[in-house]
Design a protein around this ligand. Sequence first.
Ligand code: NCD
Length: 322
Amino acid sequence: MRHLLDTKTLSRADAIRILDVAEDMADTQGREVRKLPTLRGRTVVNLFFEDSTRTRISFEAAAKRLSADVINFSAKGSSVSKGESLQDTAQTLQAMNADAVVVRHGASGAPRTLATSGWIDAGVVNAGDGMHEHPTQALLDAFTMRRRRYGAESRGRDLAGYRVAIVGDILHSRVARSNVWLLDALGAEVTLVAPPTLLPQDVSAWPATVRYSIDEAIAEAPDALMMLRIQLERMNAAFFPSSREYTRWWGLDPVRLAALPSDTIVMHPGPMNRGLEICAEAADSPRATVREQVANGVSVRMAVLYLLLAGERNTPTNEEDR
Ligand code: NCD
């Protein structure tokens, strides 16, 4: 694997390989010494043109636990036009001998430009580009679903027959897009649940069913209910009458929470708008996987960096095992 730009072009075999390596990484994270020597001497640059809490620190933790050197480059607020600043920045990174660049950018396609422009030799990981994709988020979501379903028997498995309802602001969500493609590759069944104003105009080419009612989706007893954040920063118009109205019709409130089958998990990529798309009772309930998703994110990103930079050359070992 040279880059990770999307899940749309990720095969079932590649996806399972990443999830399985992430299982190995998760095993090492339970040990007393969590640091692996695997990427010693390598440089990973976190290049963030957009705000991030979880994703940036997760990549940083992942790179550090593999002993890579990490440079955090927060480019937010730059007034240079996007294309130009990306090229300039890329050339700086090239001069610093970056081995991997983890990029988050407001423009869809920026990571691909970086990977294919010839400006840099580094492997590129997409950490969220505009409304396009966020592949490591989808991978950590799939990892979380697989673990909740198969526990210690997860390795080698896909998500055939697993039913996932993704609810909320699908239109602006790169998380939804990456999840739709990955879940399809893994054999899961996806239902998109949103008001018509928060769905892309034409989702007929997406491997998913559309529902306009969260109550209908809940009545279908999904295995996972994934609540998405209302992305107010990407909204330049009124997509729903008021937040109270949104919560009333689309939010996961205590009544809907109680209507879910007992083994349905509630997911959210974070950051959550408590009281808007998800109530506190749901966010803090044992069926919520929000904190697990964050923890699993580190293992998944370790796996991705490992596969990108160390390839198949060696299997993960712990310092104390050597
Ligand atoms: C997501 C993102 O930035 O796309 N957050 C994340 O990476 N955990 C989703 C969001 O911002 O709502």
